[in-house]
Design a protein around this ligand. Structure first.
Ligand code: TMP
Length: 238
């Protein structure tokens, strides 16, 4: 399968069409952005790590019965995926207070929750991805009630699986964002990527941040922690 036309260029990857209308190719870039693209950075090899890590995690999730868009890793930074209509919601699950939750509600970062939380942001760069609730998503016609149920089920299932996957390598899953899409036969599947760009990952012993917050907050060791997480996963699941 080869890349034909550039369909979309996002902040961290390019999406190409292929000769099969139901399949696309992701090409991960080395770029990182934060604050809706205002802050820019990169490190060499980031795209390769995120591509391989996302695929590795998606395979583990598939083994646990979670359907994803993944078809086949084509190279270190390219993956063949099912073409899906992305539902314009960022689906965020939290286990421990951090980031915008801590800021919005004045809760100290690191405060654990008795139960995971689920929230949505409306994916719209012009509006700055505002927080949105179920009834507003229904009013905008983005989703149906059945879609919302399916999305919540996927989000909590991914949380249970990811918590376990990362716990095995000494990492606490603080929170994460996923995206979901509809395949040509109408099934809602996990799409986009799961990587240190889209999760907060803290070392279980020291609480050291092992994710994109190192870039967002200028903490240094941005590249090093991505290599660290990928090395831990590869070593443990060999
Ligand atoms: P937040 O605390 O800034 O709302 O972020 C919650 C989670 O979502 C965190 O793991 C980082 C991730 N995230 C993204 O993947 N993309 C984004 O654009 C934002 C704002 C957060």
């Amino acid at each position: 399968m080869t890349k034909k036309e550039l369909l979309y260029e996002g902040k961290a990857k390019k999406v190409y069409s292929t000769e099969d209308p139901d399949l696309c190719i992701f090409e991960y870039k080395d770029d990182a952005t934060a604050f809706n693209g205002i802050k820019k950075g990169s490190f060499e090899g980031k795209g390769e790590i995120n591509n391989q890590m996302a695929n590795f995690i998606f395979r583990l999730l598939e083994k646990r019965g979670i359907r994803t868009h993944m078809v086949e890793e084509l190279s270190k930074r390219e993956t063949l995926v099912k073409k899906v209509d992305i539902i314009p919601l960022e689906v965020i699950v939290r286990n421990i207070a951090a980031g915008s939750f801590s800021k919005r509600y004045g809760v100290e970062e690191g405060t654990p929750f008795a139960e995971p939380t689920l929230e949505y942001s409306y994916k719209n760069d012009e509006l700055g991805d505002p927080l949105i609730n179920d009834s507003h998503a229904l009013a905008l016609g983005i989703v149906s009630k059945d879609d919302l149920k399916a999305i919540a089920d996927i989000a909590y299932a991914v949380n249970d699986a990811l918590k376990e996957i990362f716990a095995k390598v000494g990492i606490k899953l603080v929170d994460f964002k996923i995206e979901v899409g509809k395949t040509s036969d109408g099934e809602i599947v996990l799409a986009d990527e799961i990587s240190p760009d889209t999760c907060r990952l803290w070392d279980a012993e020291t609480n050291k941040k092992l994710d994109k917050d190192r870039f967002r907050r200028d903490l240094g060791e941005f590249a090093e922690v991505y290599h660290e997480v990928w090395a831990r996963l590869k070593d443990c699941y060999k």
